[in-house]
Design a protein around this ligand. Structure first.
Ligand code: TYD
Length: 210
């Protein structure tokens, strides 16, 4: 049996990941391809609690390093109990965010350091990296317009424009460093057009020998 493929979606808050993941799910269902949809943080029962700690307790002061460990704890649980077992049984896994978010948000934007966060990430994933990472790239100014109308703001939605510009640069740098794995998709295009690009990338990865 061939191993499942791991596909992660990345982007600034408001870049349209949720819509695109839903469109990809429809396509996978039409192709009768078995997959598992999950997310970080919050893909496991422990992850749900970690997510709550991170996003629903604005009164908590969480240091950048503690924040980095919380995301990695979520990830360690996620990979060992859900992602790796699914891949081993041939199920493809679509995850809304993975460790590139940690590198961009905690490593770069929060200043914890790329090297340390990369090292922790590899411990958490047991050295497993996605087969494909789709980075939905959007100008932070447009992101700001899109997220402003949201009722619930996450810890990071409240950060300033400079924070988002730094994040975008960090993701773009990662994409330049790992061009085989990380594909940049222009998220300012029409949703259907973005979806077509994503389908081409995903079909290519699924067709590859595992
Ligand atoms: P979420 O509500 O899932 O937002 P989004 O739709 O933008 O994914 O919140 C996840 C937030 O957590 C998002 O702001 C990115 C951040 N995050 C990190 O800072 N580090 C990480 O390792 C991960 C996985 C997410």
């Amino acid at each position: 049996m061939s191993r499942g493929r791991l596909i992660s979606f990345e982007g600034l808050d408001g870049a349209g990941k949720t819509t695109q993941i839903q469109l990809l799910e429809q396509w996978l269902n039409e192709q009768q391809i078995t997959y598992l949809r999950t997310r970080e943080p919050g893909g496991t029962p422990l992850g749900v609690e970690i997510r709550r700690l991170l996003f629903h307790h604005p009164e908590l002061v969480i240091t950048p390093l503690a924040e980095a460990f919380l995301f990695q704890a979520d990830r360690a649980q996620h990979f060992s109990t859900l992602v790796l077992p699914a891949l081993a049984t041939g199920t493809h896994v679509i995850t809304d965010r993975c460790f590139d978010s940690s590198i961009a948000y905690q490593g770069v934007a929060r200043g914890v350091g790329v090297e340390l966060v990369s090292h922790l990430s590899m411990l958490a994933t047991q050295d497993h990296v996605p087969d494909l990472t789709i980075f939905l790239d959007l100008d932070p100014a447009i992101v700001h317009e899109r997220t402003d109308g949201r009722i619930e703001h996450s810890r990071f939605d409240r950060e300033n424009a400079q924070f988002h510009a730094t994040l975008r640069e960090a993701f773009l740098k990662l994409a330049r460093t790992y061009p085989e794995r990380i594909k940049i998709v222009n998220a300012a295009q029409a949703p259907e057009r973005i979806h077509q690009e994503i389908v081409t990338l995903v079909a290519d990865v699924l067709a590859r020998e595992s």
